[in-house]
Design a protein around this ligand. Structure first.
Ligand code: NAP
Length: 299
């Protein structure tokens, strides 16, 4: 049974998951590159480690959620990285959004040390992470998955098993392809609605109930109308994911014509300086082109 866990990477997603692990009663060790993010966890009873290698000693399970493939490279493979501290019999689980090929490299490196590895990325954002309502996917050895599943059930509302390593990472990119196209559709639709002089509050009332409704369209649409772009999923991370989807689909020889358009708009919005805002700030690239700002009239 898993009792002691270390969590590395206390950003938007990792901090919510690590808090829920403490809440669930696990003995928790945390590490983050910017050490100040560890302090609230220390106050709530977690151990704080100075390096990834120190963080992973003597725990049953090592979990991490890091920005991108490069961060995983540094934290896992770097000097004082996880691989220099982890030992046979421990389990490692990467919850970041990375290329399936990166997950496979991790699995191979851990296997050489007798360590089992799961790729376990998530859907949901800041709120779902904080409220243990994530939608989690996991891939790797089935028996190891069954061992870790009770931990994941403290973090999410669903946990799906995807078979061999790399498959959960692939599913995450499939999902984010759909998310990116939904965000683009919302942005293009709202800009057109504003240009056409429609009442945007009524537009969102229709988006809320019609057969194309989705929670993602609703929450992002409502926030755009309020001009609230505070980040729960940063625009720059969505651009990073678009480039992962592009690389992955090229490897699979699978067409992504629409994603290429979204990627261009994401890059424009990041170029305009909105990279640290929410992914819905993608609309700002279209607004610039259209010469308008989408905003609801107060009723
Ligand atoms: P975030 O808030 O930007 O946090 C990123 C974390 O990675 C921080 O702990 C950061 O450390 C760390 N990090 C970045 N580069 C590093 C490096 N070179 N070495 C060591 N640590 C490094 O990102 P997030 O939103 O939590 O996302 C984390 C992962 O989950 C990403 O792969 C993202 O695509 C994925 N994801 C995000 C969402 C979402 O809605 N936010 C949803 C699903 C999946 P510092 O604190 O020192 O910067």
């Amino acid at each position: 049974m898993i009792k002691a866990i270390s969590y590395l990477g206390l950003g938007t997603m990792g901090s919510g998951m690590a808090s829920n692990l403490l809440e669930a009663g696990y003995e928790l060790t945390v590490w983050n590159r910017s050490a100040e993010k560890c302090e609230p966890f220390r106050r709530n009873g977690a151990h704080v480690a100075d390096t990834p290698a120190d963080a992973v000693r003597d725990v049953d399970l090592v979990m991490y959620s890091l920005s991108d493939d490069q961060a995983v490279e540094e934290v896992v493979f770097g000097s004082k990285g996880i691989l220099s501290g982890i030992k046979e019999g421990q389990i490692a689980m990467d919850m970041s959004t990375v290329l399936p090929a990166t997950s496979l490299q991790e699995q191979e490196a851990y296997a050489k040390r007798g360590v089992d590895f799961l790729d376990a990325p998530v859907f949901g954002s800041r709120q779902e992470s904080a409220n243990a309502k994530l939608w989690i996917m996991a891939a790797g050895n089935k028996a190891i998955f069954e061992k870790v599943k009770p931990v994941l059930e403290h973090l999410g509302q669903t946990v799906h098993y995807f078979g061999k390593n790399g498959n959960a990472a692939a599913m995450k990119l499939v999902g984010n392809l759909i998310v990116a196209l939904e965000m683009e559709a919302l942005a293009e639709g709202l800009v057109l609605a504003q240009k056409a002089g429609l009442d945007l509050n009524t537009v969102m009332e229709v988006v809320k109930v019609a057969d194309f409704r989705s929670p993602l369209l609703l929450s992002n649409g409502q926030n755009i109308l309020k001009r609230d772009f505070s980040p729960s999923f940063a625009l720059k991370l969505m651009l990073k994911d678009a480039s992962l989807i592009e690389k992955f689909s090229e490897t699979m020889e699978s067409p992504i014509p629409a994603l290429r358009v979204v990627e261009k708009n994401l890059a424009s919005a990041v170029g305009l300086g909105f990279g640290n805002e929410n992914a819905s700030a993608l609309i700002k690239a279209l607004e610039k082109e259209a010469g308008i700002e989408v905003k609801a009239l107060n009723r």
